[in-house]
Design a protein. Structure first.
Length: 202
């Protein structure tokens, strides 16, 4: 596990590369990029192993319809798009950071994932599902605070949970855990718009 500040330094050093990634993915002219924003609606499930330790987080990202159209505009086969997308996101830790009591939890490369088109409110949206596995499972027994940040420092994606119910916890983990999600009144571009915590008591 690493200190949270170390992870922040890593993300900052990758800012230019993130910009290039987003440009590559969505083929947006550079002049328009600075004003381009899109939303990703999140649902996540904290998963446990047989030892009742936290070992992974299964996430579903639902892209808004505008960026979904851009990602599909070249009529690329969705399986090719899926492979390209997951590969590039892996270079940037899937825009997801987990810390337990302020110590960063390292994760593995995602190997379980799927990308599909869905219909939502009569609009076509892309939905990416993936399982992000910890390099070392951790116990949530006792007094612990798990913080989850979904952060695109290119300042393009706004990633959020619509309700606390969108983040669920495996029954085998500490039964005294609760989800606490607060919307920030103000946040800089590229910062998570929410403070997302799982607070566990002994």
């Amino acid at each position: 596990m690493k200190n949270k500040d170390t992870v922040k330094t890593f993300y900052s050093s990758q800012c230019l590369l993130i910009h290039l990634l987003i440009l590559f993915l969505f083929t947006i002219p550079q002049t328009a990029f600075a004003h381009f924003h899109y939303e990703i609606s999140l649902t996540s499930h904290l998963q446990a192993n047989a030892q009742k330790q936290l070992d992974s987080i299964k996430m579903t990202w639902t892209y808004d319809d505008n960026v979904s159209k851009l990602m599909l505009q070249d009529d690329e086969d969705i399986s090719d798009l899926r492979e390209r997308l997951i590969k590039e996101l892996g270079n940037f830790l899937y825009f997801t950071s987990l810390t337990l009591n302020d110590l960063y939890l390292e994760t593995k490369q995602v190997t379980t994932y799927e990308l599909q088109e869905i219909q939502q409110q009569n609009k076509t949206r892309l939905q990416l599902t993936m399982t992000l596995t910890l390099k070392e499972p951790v116990s949530l027994e006792g007094n612990n605070t798990l913080e989850i940040e979904h952060e695109d420092i290119s300042a393009s994606a706004i990633m959020f949970y619509e309700t606390p119910a969108a983040l669920s916890i495996d029954d085998r983990l500490n039964k005294n855990c609760r989800v606490d999600i607060k919307n920030k009144e103000k946040y800089e571009e590229g910062e998570p718009p929410q403070i997302v915590k799982v607070i566990c008591l002994a």
